[in-house]
Unconditional design. Structure first.
Length: 322
């Protein structure tokens, strides 16, 4: 694909590719049917070209625009990436970028076991074919995942998205490259420095403004990265994440790099119905979270995290309301 630049815009500084383990669908992995973003809610998807324009920050703070598209087929997949920045990348930055994108694209994951499970599971086999090759593919690092987890606390999806986009509009960074404009997450330093009253008012965050400011300060003071959390045991990583202000069991399960099955008052009702678990009318659905989580582990084992992603992206096919 041709690349162009304009005065004042980021320029192309790298191009490389990844061969993914099949089955792998680039489009389904980075652009989920339910509308979930990949690296930032401010990214742009060109449906006609099958190309995503997005961005991220390296550990040293350098903002990088990312243009990515798929080649080949689900059975013989490849992803091509072009990177744009204000200056030439150092060798270390180039390695870090490739490592981050490789993880975020999930190109090395072998999901053949999940495909076999889905073929015989009564729930998954109803949705597996149209989603064939979809990987989890969550990227962007620990801080963006924490922002997402906090804005989803005690809020419907519509309000959460309003908060997310307000954060990007008022505190994020706009990247312009290859004729596109992408909004990047605010940095922890920007949120830590923002006046609490201003953050609340601009982004309609309520109590979450205080939570995000506290988490930002904790990250700036030194906190394990996703890669470091991955090297811990699942229990250690969960315990560590819950040291962050306002992060409880549900938010930690959303953020952890280990297999998890995060359930809230909305999703627990969906999975209870799918598993045939009755919810008494006079009982808080949240009380069923441990039971439903155990049922998912028995049924789907180590694939329960990916199963959750598939189900939540196919609620229409399953007859569930989003």
């Amino acid at each position: 694909m041709p690349s162009s630049s304009a005065r004042g815009h980021l320029r192309r500084v790298a191009r490389f590719g990844f061969t993914a383990r099949p089955p792998y669908s680039f489009a389904l992995t980075v652009r989920k049917p339910a509308g979930w973003h990949w690296l930032t809610p401010g990214e742009v998807w060109d449906d006609a070209a099958g190309t995503l324009f997005t961005g991220l920050r390296l550990d040293d703070g350098l903002a990088v625009g990312v243009k990515a598209w798929g080649r080949g087929t689900v059975a013989r997949p490849r992803v091509v990436v072009e990177a744009f920045a204000a200056r030439v990348l150092t060798a270390a930055e180039r390695r870090a970028l490739k490592r981050t994108l490789r993880r975020a694209l999930d190109v090395d994951a072998d999901i053949s076991g999940f495909v076999r499970l889905a073929a015989r599971d009564a729930v998954l086999k109803r949705i597996a074919r149209p989603l064939h090759g979809m990987h989890e593919g969550f990227g962007g690092g620990l801080w963006p995942l924490l922002i997402l987890a906090v804005t989803l606390q005690m809020a419907p999806i519509k309000r959460s998205m309003t908060m997310l986009h307000a954060l990007l509009d008022h505190y994020g960074q706009r990247l312009r490259f290859d004729g596109r404009s992408v909004r990047l997450w605010p940095t922890p330093a920007r949120i830590a420095a923002a006046p609490l009253r201003e953050l609340k008012a601009r982004c309609k965050l309520g109590y979450r403004a205080r939570v995000l400011k506290a988490i930002a300060r904790q990250l700036l003071a030194g906190f394990p990265s996703l890669e470091e959390l991955k090297r811990m045991s699942p229990e250690q990583a969960t315990e560590k994440l819950q040291e962050l202000y306002g992060v409880g069991e549900y938010s930690a399960a959303m953020v952890t790099p280990h297999v998890s099955f995060p359930l809230d008052v909305w999703s627990v009702q969906i999975f209870a119905r799918l598993f045939g678990i009755r919810i008494p009318k006079d009982r808080d659905p949240r009380a069923l979270i441990p039971r439903v989580a155990r049922a998912a582990e028995r049924r789907w084992g180590a694939w329960r995290g990916l199963a959750l992603v598939y189900v939540l992206n196919a609620l229409d096919q399953l007859g569930e309301k989003s």
